[in-house]
Write a protein that binds this ligand. Structure first.
Ligand SMILES: [Zn+2]
Length: 391
């Protein structure tokens, strides 16, 4: 039998289990304890009623939250785009190739370099409390390079997404239809065995609604489930397509019509907001309040990538969402944990209830509100993943 550990001395425990504690969506328990056995949570409640266990950890009056579920990142890449960011923030024009710059650097990198870069970013995210992450291909754009990215990602997470349709590969600039044929044919054949999800950047300058539908439908026929980059830079068909195809998530959702909001509120598709992208490109914020008031499920994620959102910090995204997107601190934390789990169609992570995975973060703060109240401060002082303390 695996040994049991009680974490006690918790001033505020966020469970995301509305059947306990204050019965809010966060299921807050004050002066709480939590028991881990093996890789699972087996008990939560008031500290005074905790069962006997083999081991004991004193949280010293800190807060415990579910580990963050970062449901959108692009971490298999090489190179960086410091100059592009610097030019954008300095008001200078910059004409180098954006995503294409990263594609060239990624193709030129060896497997070991790509994997080491991924591992470094994952360790960085873990230190900030992220215990589940999704990551994508999309900087290879050849059959070989896309499959390679997915093989490397799959060594580190179950949530792997095939994004051959990130942009039209430079070699196919004059014949996008042929690139869509490649993505839905030989590239999909090579990539499907290594991925759970298929994604497409449905936006002017990338793929239109018909192309996106063809790509996602082909992926679904190969057992991959859809998710979509939708409505980031302007209005478009992405959100409606996501709901129509029962995509797990429509990501970005910055430019929405009332019909888009209604579609998200009525379907199962989660609206994943990525405020790091708006921050890093000085763009208009997505309106989380509008989505929440309509009844949509909202997730928060980093979109960590070297071009448009080079942050791995979920606490930073929470602070932006509270400050600039109309979310309450409670809503933002829920969206960064349970919301991310919903965007990955997972029920074993993003909450701390009996049976859930023992993935949790210890905050050096009396409550989770400090994540937004103290932006930029490294409050995460402990992280358990699958029942093991890793930070
Ligand atoms: Zn993205």
């Amino acid at each position: 039998m695996s040994s049991s550990t009680v974490i006690t001395g918790i001033t505020t425990l966020v469970t995301n289990d509305p059947s306990v504690g204050d019965r809010s969506p966060l299921g807050l328990i004050r002066d709480a304890a939590l028991v881990i056995e093996g890789d699972r949570v087996v008990w939560t409640g008031e500290a005074g009623t905790a069962p006997a266990t083999d081991n004991r950890v004193d949280a010293g009056g800190r807060t415990v939250i579910p580990g963050f579920v970062d449901s959108h990142s692009h971490l298999v890449f090489a190179g960086d785009r410091t100059e592009e960011f610097n030019a954008r923030m300095s008001g200078r024009s910059y004409t180098a190739g954006g995503i294409r710059t990263t594609v060239a650097a990624t193709r030129a990198a060896g497997d070991a370099e790509l994997e080491a870069n991924l591992v470094r970013h994952l360790a960085e995210a873990l230190r900030q409390g992220t215990t589940t992450f999704e990551t994508k291909s999309g900087y290879g754009l050849t059959v070989e390079d896309e499959a390679r990215a997915l093989r490397i990602a799959a060594r580190h997470t179950d949530e792997v997404t095939f994004l051959g349709a990130h942009i039209v590969s430079p070699e196919y600039a004059d014949d996008p239809a042929a690139y869509v044929d490649l993505v839905t044919g030989p590239m999909l054949d090579a990539c499907a065995p290594h991925a759970r999800w298929i994604d497409v950047f449905c936006e002017k300058g990338a793929f239109d609604g018909d192309q996106a539908r063809a790509i996602l439908t082909a992926g679904r026929a190969r057992g991959l489930h859809p998710r979509i980059h939708a409505n980031q830079l302007g209005h478009g068909p992405g959100v409606q397509l996501a709901v129509e195809l029962d995509a797990a998530s429509a990501d970005h959702c910055t430019h929405l019509t009332d019909a888009d909001v209604d579609a998200l509120a009525s379907g199962r598709t989660v609206a994943t907001l990525l405020p790091g992208a708006e921050f890093s490109t000085r763009a208009e914020w997505p309106d989380a309040r509008r989505l929440l008031d309509a009844g949509a499920t909202v997730a928060l994620s980093t979109d960590c990538n070297p071009g448009s959102s080079y942050t791995s910090s979920m606490p930073f995204c929470i602070a932006l969402a509270v400050r600039d997107m109309g979310m309450t601190p409670d809503e933002a934390l829920w969206s960064a944990t349970a919301g991310g789990a919903a965007a990955l169609r997972r029920t074993d992570v993003g909450r701390l209830a009996p049976g859930a995975r023992a993935d949790l973060a210890l905050l050096d703060a009396p409550s989770h509100v400090h994540l937004a109240y103290r932006p930029g401060v490294p409050l995460v002082t402990g992280v358990w993943r699958r029942g093991t303390r890793e930070v």
